[in-house]
Write a protein that binds this ligand. Structure first.
Ligand code: GUN
Length: 291
C-alpha cells in the first residue's frame, strides 16, 4: 500500500504557485487577491477559513476576510456579495458554507459573479464543467484530479465508484472522471442513500471515492484488493486524550482498508490540503483572466 500524500503534493503545487506570483510581481502585475466571507462562529468553518488565509500568505496572495454575525439578513449578505463582485481589487472570493438556516445558500451562490466564483459552485461554472468548457472546477474535485494526475494513477477504462452525490464533491467527481480526458475515461457508478446492495458495487471499484459524510463508513469487506481509495470525509470525533479534544477521521476505516488497497489518502493529510490548493489554483486563474 502506498499513501497518497496530499500534504506533499499540496506543498509542491503551492511552491509552483508562489513562483508564478514571483513572476507576476517582477512583471509589475497585480498580486492575486482572495477574499473569504464567513458568517457566524461555527468552529470548523473558522478553522477552514483561517487555513485558507494561511495558505494565501504562503504563496504570496493577498487575502481578506469579511466576517458577519450569524443574524445577518439574506438581503444584507447579498449586498456584501454585490460589493465583492464589483471590487476590482478582489480577483475571487468564497462564501464559507454552511450558512445559517434563514439564508438560502443557493441564492447566495447564484449571486456570486461566475468570474470570481473560485469555489466553482455557481451554476455557470458547474455547467461549463459538464460541457468541458474551461472555467473554475469545484475546489475539492480539482484537488483530487491533481492527486490522481501527479501520482500517475491510470484511470482509462477503470471502474470508479463514488459514494455520495453532493453538488460539491460526488456529482462533479462523477462528471470529471467520466469525461474523455486524462485523467478521466472511467466507467463511473455514483452511489447514494437509496443505492441497494452497496458492497456488491463497491467491490467492483478499481477506484473508490468516499464522500458520503459518515465516519469510517467504508470497511475492508467493501473494498476490492488492490483498489485505489480516496477519502474525502473529515470528521471531528471527540477524544478526551488529545489536546484539541477531538481526533480527525475520514469516511474510510483507514486501519483495515489500508491493508487491502494499493493506494489510499490519509485523513488528515490527504484530500484536505488539496481542496485549499484547488482554491489557490482557481484564484491564480481568476487573477490572470482579468489582465
Ligand atoms: N464548506 C465545506 N467545504 C467548503 C468549500 O469547499 N467551500 C466553501 N465555501 N465552504 C465549504
Amino acid at each position: 500500500m502506498e499513501l497518497i500524500d496530499g500534504k506533499k503534493i499540496s506543498d509542491l503545487i503551492k511552491d509552483e504557485i508562489a513562483k508564478e506570483v514571483g513572476k507576476i510581481i517582477a512583471a509589475n502585475g497585480k498580486v492575486p487577491h482572495l477574499a473569504a466571507v464567513l458568517v457566524g462562529d461555527d468552529p470548523a468553518s473558522q478553522t477552514y477559513v483561517a487555513s485558507k488565509e494561511r495558505s494565501c500568505k504562503e504563496v504570496g496572495f493577498i487575502s481578506s476576510l469579511y466576517k458577519y454575525h450569524a443574524g445577518i439578513s439574506e438581503a444584507e449578505l447579498l449586498k456584501a456579495i454585490d460589493f465583492l463582485n464589483n471590487d476590482d481589487e478582489i480577483d475571487g472570493f468564497i462564501v464559507q458554507l454552511p450558512l445559517p438556516k434563514h439564508i438560502s445558500g443557493q441564492k447566495i451562490i447564484e449571486a456570486i459573479d461566475p468570474k470570481k466564483d473560485v469555489d466553482g459552485f455557481h451554476p455557470v461554472n458547474l455547467g461549463n464543467m459538464l460541457l468541458g468548457i474551461p472555467g473554475f472546477l469545484p475546489a475539492t474535485p480539482y484537488g483530487i484530479m491533481q492527486l490522481i494526475e501527479r501520482y500517475n494513477i491510470e484511470t482509462e477504462g477503470k471502474n470508479c465508484v463514488i459514494l455520495g452525490r453532493s453538488n460539491i464533491v460526488g456529482t462533479p467527481m462523477s462528471v470529471l472522471l467520466s469525461r474523455n480526458t486524462n485523467p478521466g475515461n472511467c466507467t463511473v457508478t455514483l452511489c447514494h442513500s437509496k443505492t441497494q446492495n452497496l458492497s456488491d458495487i463497491t467491490l467492483q471499484a478499481d477506484i473508490l471515492i468516499a464522500a458520503i459524510g459518515k465516519p469510517e463508513f467504508v470497511t475492508a469487506d467493501m473494498v476490492k484488493k488492490g483498489a485505489i481509495v480516496i477519502d474525502v470525509g473529515i470528521h471531528r470525533i471527540p477524544d478526551a486524550g488529545t489536546k484539541s479534544g477531538f481526533r480527525l477521521k475520514g469516511d474510510v476505516k483507514f486501519d483495515e482498508v489500508s491493508k487491502k488497497c494499493s493506494f489510499i489518502t490519509p485523513v488528515p493529510g490527504g484530500v484536505g490540503p488539496m481542496t485549499i490548493v484547488g482554491l489557490l489554483m482557481n484564484t491564480l486563474k481568476a487573477s490572470k483572466n482579468k489582465v
